[in-house]
Design a protein around this ligand. Structure first.
Ligand code: ADP
Ligand code: MG
Length: 243
């Protein structure tokens, strides 16, 4: 479903992605862990071309883009393949939960409002927000806002969902309900890449885990191996520090 080859990104002289290779099968969950500044967010942002890599090939579902020969059509097509869930939700503050979810369906997908609302309500119900359709983000808890963010990502029916530390801005009391929703989505065989500091969750839900440092993939393995028998000293050191 997702293949990334030799992805390179720099900001000025700072090499942030130093030739990343990734493969994610359909229905698979890939967790990415690693210290702050290792390039995890930039990697996700390159996958939907919110950042432009200098080099590399990104293929998601049927769309393949070579960073050296990008055109606006390829960029548009690749962006259609994924949806992102952000650390800080990025909801429209002046729109209700339902409007946040239906916005892209009505504007980008040109869907009729009634049809979009039907889908939006189903998705909000799926993330446990059946009674919050018409509330504004400010009246929702952090956990509820992030669940709206997840429903919004699901709305466009993406080939893969990219999560960038979806629980790290939440008060501890709201973390588990968001992880639970993500777990349910994973169980429905969605293709997901999840950048997270929730190691227990990664161990439980991911099919594979990548440890990144300094723009490189240091180690990739099953969750069991990564968390119980990390091979690289850098991985060992990282896990010891956060554990
Ligand atoms: P992580 O998500 O693993 O914490 P990031 O991908 O956010 O790491 O950042 C990796 C590196 O890229 C950091 O050194 C960061 O300062 C740098 N960086 C990220 N975004 C930008 C940007 N827009 N401009 C300049 N440098 C950036
Ligand atoms: Mg980040």
């Amino acid at each position: 479903m997702i293949t990334v080859k030799n992805l390179k990104k720099r900001f000025g002289n700072n090499v942030v992605l130093d030739g990343i290779d990734i493969h994610v099968n359909e229905g698979e969950v890939l967790a990415i862990i690693g210290p702050s500044g290792s390039g995890k967010s930039t990697l996700l942002r390159c996958l939907n071309l919110l950042e432009k890599p200098e080099e590399g090939i990104i293929q998601i579902a049927g769309t393949k883009v070579d960073a050296r020969k990008m055109n606006s059509k390829a960029i548009y097509q690749l962006r259609q393949q994924t949806a992102m869930v952000f650390q800080h939700y990025n909801l429209f503050k002046n729109k209700t939960a339902l409007e946040n979810v239906t916005e892209s369906l009505i504007i980008a997908k040109k869907m009729k409002k009634s049809e979009a609302e039907k889908i939006g309500k189903e998705l909000l119900e799926k993330v446990g927000l059946k009674d919050k359709f018409h509330q504004y983000p400010a009246t929702l808890s952090g956990g509820q806002q992030q669940r709206v963010g997840i429903a919004r990502a699901l709305a466009v029916n993406p080939s893969a969902i990219l999560f960038d530390e979806p629980t790290s801005a939440l008060d501890p009391e709201w973390v588990s309900e968001v992880l639970q929703v993500m777990k349910e989505i994973a169980e429905q065989k969605s293709t997901m890449i999840i950048v997270t500091h929730e190691m227990q969750f990664a161990e439980e839900v991911a099919d594979r885990v990548i440890f990144m440092a300094d723009g490189n993939i240091v180690e990739e393995n099953t969750p069991y191996e990564i968390f119980n028998r990390p091979q690289s000293p850098r991985t060992q050191q990282f896990l010891k520090k956060i554990g």
